[in-house]
Design a protein around this ligand. Structure first.
Ligand code: SF4
Length: 122
């Protein structure tokens, strides 16, 4: 015959509620992590979209052309914006609708925010 024990029943109820609370708390933490990861992804995506675009696709260049390019120590982002390609006398404007321009000194795409060791103010 079962004996009614109010203390035992209260203990089990609280244990169940505590367990449910723990599950909800952990689930909430999990959701928080997912949101953080999502926000980070969005932030990274935004940074990429707003940052300088790469002009480093050397497809079609010969090894000799790449060697010349390297000799100029071209970089995608000038340390000093005053020395950027877009204000250099050797800068070639990009084709309509394109971001990357060129340089009259070597072959391949050039970033308007890039620079090299032969910068000369336009
Ligand atoms: S010479 Fe150098 S700085 Fe000038 S446009 Fe060419 S790559 Fe850019």
């Amino acid at each position: 015959m079962a004996v009614y024990d109010p203390l035992r029943r209260l203990f089990l109820r609280r244990a169940a509620l505590t367990g449910a609370g723990t599950v909800l708390l952990l689930a909430g933490c999990g959701r928080g992590d997912q949101q953080t990861a999502g926000q980070t992804g969005q932030a990274a995506g935004s940074a990429v979209a707003e940052g300088p675009r790469p002009c480093d696709d050397l497809t079609g260049l010969t090894p000799a052309q790449i060697q010349v390019r390297e000799a100029f120590e071209y970089v995608e982002l000038a340390e000093d914006p005053a020395l950027a390609c877009e204000v250099c006398e050797f800068w070639k404007e990009p084709a309509a609708g394109r971001y990357c321009g060129g340089c009259t000194l070597f072959a391949g795409p050039v970033n308007p925010q890039g620079s090299c060791n032969s910068f000369s103010e336009a």
